[in-house]
Ligand binder design. Structure first.
Ligand SMILES: O=C(O)CCC(=O)C(=O)O
Ligand SMILES: [Fe+2]
Length: 281
């Protein structure tokens, strides 16, 4: 895993709200991630937990995890928090090197996992509409970020990400529904209409990070092959509950009042904290 960042890369990310890191995983590592995730998804599908919240950014808790026949059900196969019930995924996702990248890119002190999501776009799937992530989550922070790891080569032909650079700077938490209509976001943000998008073409094993307020979307999968991606969202330590349920269970919600610091180490473990590295031996 190549987890080194130059100061120029950090500046680029903070200015543009996204960055692509080529060759993040080696060929062997990509093979391993694919195997672990393919198995984890099969395992999850065989053991659906009753209190398992799904998914859609905007409609949490609908479960079952796929909604065949709906538009969103045909955007991607979405599996949330596989790290919590699959030890092999946990080892990959709670890797402090990934947490360190998120922490350094955002210039914060420490990061917790918000949630992971395997996002597998099936052959011939719908596009992922323009949206921003943080507005759906249970905390609001200008320093939330997500890693998106390509497990297959991705381009506009099979559902690569597109970013609207600089949009994170508006710091607007208005909820934009992630529905079937690609232009919907621009009703809330007409000022973004003229921005030239950046194409997130990537080789398998490369990754991107995007800030939680950077507008992004993905093209449809126009191919007969799956587009596999693994993602994880990070929450800066010290973030507070904003009242949105998102993926929180009813038991977790019962313990939270708006303004409480989100510090449930079981649900949202700290993945990296500056200065907390073990001393070299
Ligand atoms: O993979 C996709 O199609 C969308 C990914 C996304 O929206 C995200 O990672 O925040
Ligand atoms: Fe997103």
């Amino acid at each position: 895993m190549n987890a080194n960042l130059s100061p120029e890369q950090i500046d680029f990310y903070q200015e543009q709200g996204y960055i692509i890191l080529e060759d993040f995983l080696s060929t062997e590592e990509v093979e391993h991630w694919r195997k672990v995730l393919d198995e984890a998804i099969r395992g999850r599908d065989h053991a659906m937990l009753p209190d398992r919240k799904s998914l859609a950014h905007d409609t949490p808790g609908e479960g079952p995890e796929d909604r065949p026949g709906t538009y969103y059900g045909q955007v991607f196969q979405q599996r949330v928090n596989l790290w919590q019930d699959n030890p092999a995924v946990k080892e990959l996702i709670l890797d402090p090197r990934i947490g360190k990248l998120a922490t350094e890119l955002e210039g914060v002190e420490a990061m917790r996992v918000w949630h992971d999501q395997a996002l597998y776009k099936a052959p011939w799937s719908n596009p992922t509409s323009w949206h921003l992530d943080n507005v759906y989550w249970s905390f609001s922070s200008p320093h939330a970020t997500s890693i998106w790891i390509a497990l297959d080569d991705v381009g506009p032909e099979n559902g690569c990400l597109f970013f609207l650079p600089g949009t994170h700077k508006k710091e607007d938490y208005s909820v934009v529904p992630i529905g079937a209509n690609m232009p919907e976001l621009f009703e809330t943000h007409p000022d973004f209409k003229g921005i030239e998008p950046v194409v997130g073409r990537m080789k398998a094993g490369s990754c991107s990070f995007h800030n939680g307020l950077t507008v992004h979307g993905a093209t449809p999968n126009m191919t007969p092959r799956w587009r596999r991606a693994m993602t994880c969202a990070f929450m800066p330590v010290g973030s507070t509950f904003n009242g949105k349920p998102n993926i929180l269970t009813s038991a977790q919600l019962a313990k939270l009042t708006v303004g409480d610091v989100m510090e449930d180490d079981e649900q949202n473990p700290v993945v990296y904290a500056r200065g907390a590295e073990p001393a070299p031996v």
